[in-house]
Structure formats: C-alpha cells, structure tokens
Write a new protein. Structure first.
Length: 137
C-alpha cells in the first residue's frame, strides 16, 4: 500500500501567526501543570497529565519534522502524530481544565491551563486544516 502524503501551501506569515500563539498555549499549559503538581497531586492534576503527554508527543513530532525539513509536506501518520496530537491534547486539556474549575474548585491555575489548552487546540487545528492530500505524481 502506498503511503499518503499531505501538503500545505500556507504562507509563511499565516504559519507564524498560527504557530506562535499555539506554542504559547502549550507552554502555558505545561508550566501551569508543573506548578500544580508541585503543590501536590490531586485528581485534577493527575488527569491533566494526559493532555500534557499528547501535547509533548505532538511537539516532539513537529520538532523532528522540522529537523528533517518536512514542514509543509508530511506523510499522513506524521501529520496526525504532530498536529493531531496537539489538537487532541488541547481539546482534552480544555475539558479537564474546565472540570478543574467547576468540579474540583482548582482556581487560577486551572483557568490558565484552560486558556493555554484552548490556544494550543485552536492554532494547531488552524494549521492542521491547511494540509491537503497530495496528488500522486
């Protein structure tokens, strides 16, 4: 079976406009999670590790892609491991952070984590949707 490839023709300006706030989002989420874990492990903080792991998978994948100069043309598996993991981690992080706010009474850190997860999910999704199946040549 032939591997599917996806390509993006997104402009450099738009890429940067999406990439920077997305990076700020996962950084906020991870920093706040680390601070929360330092305060002690709660059900909320333990659940919040799951989206963080997905975000880290996406970050590592995207870093490897950039090192290999694959930024705009990716095999399907790498597209989903990179941007897909960031989107999923961001969405799951939003859900868990919202539960932390309303269900566990976590306060400011959960609010910041919610904001960070939302930025990560939104801007990773905006880049992800710019990729389209590449026609066989």
């Amino acid at each position: 079976m032939k591997e599917e490839w996806y390509e993006s023709n997104i402009s450099n300006g738009r890429w940067i406009a999406y990439d920077l706030p997305g990076n700020v989002g996962w950084i906020i989420y991870l920093v706040c999670l680390i601070k929360r874990l330092q305060l002690g492990g709660t059900v909320f903080s333990i659940l919040a590790v799951i989206p963080a792991l997905l975000m880290i998978v996406g970050i590592v994948e995207l870093a490897i892609e950039r090192i290999q100069k694959l930024d705009r043309v990716l095999p399907k598996i790498r597209l989903y491991r990179g941007f897909g993991a960031l989107v999923l981690g961001g969405v799951l992080g939003m859900v868990i952070s919202a539960l932390g706010l309303i269900g566990f009474g976590e306060g400011r850190l959960a609010l910041w984590m919610l904001a960070g997860a939302a930025l990560c999910a939104l801007f990773a999704w905006l880049i992800f949707r710019e990729y389209h199946r590449r026609e066989a040549s």
